[in-house]
Design a protein around this ligand. Sequence first.
Ligand code: PEP
Ligand code: MG
Length: 318
Amino acid sequence: RRARAAACATAPAVTRDGTTVAVGANVGSVADARAAVARGADLVGLIRTEFLFLGRDTAPDTGEQEAAYREIAEAFGGRRITVRTLDVGGDKPLPYVAAAGEDNPFLGVRGIRHSLAHPALLADQLLAIALVARAAPVSVMFPMVSTVAELVHARRMLTEAIARAGGDEGGLRVGLMMEVPAAALKAAAFAPYADFFSVGTNDLTQYALAAERGNAAVAALADGLDPGVLRLIDAVCRGAGGRVAVSVCGELAGDEAAVPLLLGYGVRELSVAPRAVPVVKEAVRAAGLDHATKLAARALQLEDAAAVRDLAANAPHR
Ligand code: PEP
Ligand code: MG
């Protein structure tokens, strides 16, 4: 199975009934991007740009960022790359940005909140992204968005960056991560301002189940297959209403058992760790959308993640 997955790596992932699902990679360095190409990734669904900002004394300037994003775009040879704006703050402070101590950093100034509080940093990053977007298909994605006002504010800054970059938008698409439960539930309110939603199941699960990610003592609770989390993903897809593309870039997308469920809710793009690309493509090829839709609906009625896993493991593929 593994050998077959490797052989099929670069072929597109098409369900039994002929629907193509893009399988992208999450990357946190230029080296990751090269590994992802080798594993057959169709695109980059998430660049964790923190790698450029952490572990140093000053912020990378626009030129340094532009060079790194361009290198990733070039490694992907014309396929789309999704650049997430800086997702720091709270538990990942930057030494060169003054930050107030917080008792609950995961509920504090992180993601888009941090970027809007430090607009010069965001403006530089958006300019770098806009410059790369003139010559390559680029999507920009904002993390930890809770309100439409945050998205509108960030989009206004993006418009300014595009003007500074020469006014040519290229094929730039704009989206937000769905990782705050309230945002997922009101997804329809974001739809007029977004080309895509990307569900970040790592944070969405942490916030939905009130179980800190990375805390071993509550790791069993923080399961993305919990029906409460699946209801949020379903809500994102319904809020998207077929007009906004929905992808999943959290760890759940790399879980073979979850793939048919996600397709059943309406997700048509998955982005996973580079090493998981081949098996996720195989999971897509094994799925039929009709069956997946029924399976996904049944999962919403179950009582816990274990029951969802049983359902997924025991359901025939068609
Ligand atoms: C997520 O939260 O699911 C996600 C993909 O982002 P990160 O893991 O970088 O927070
Ligand atoms: Mg996240």
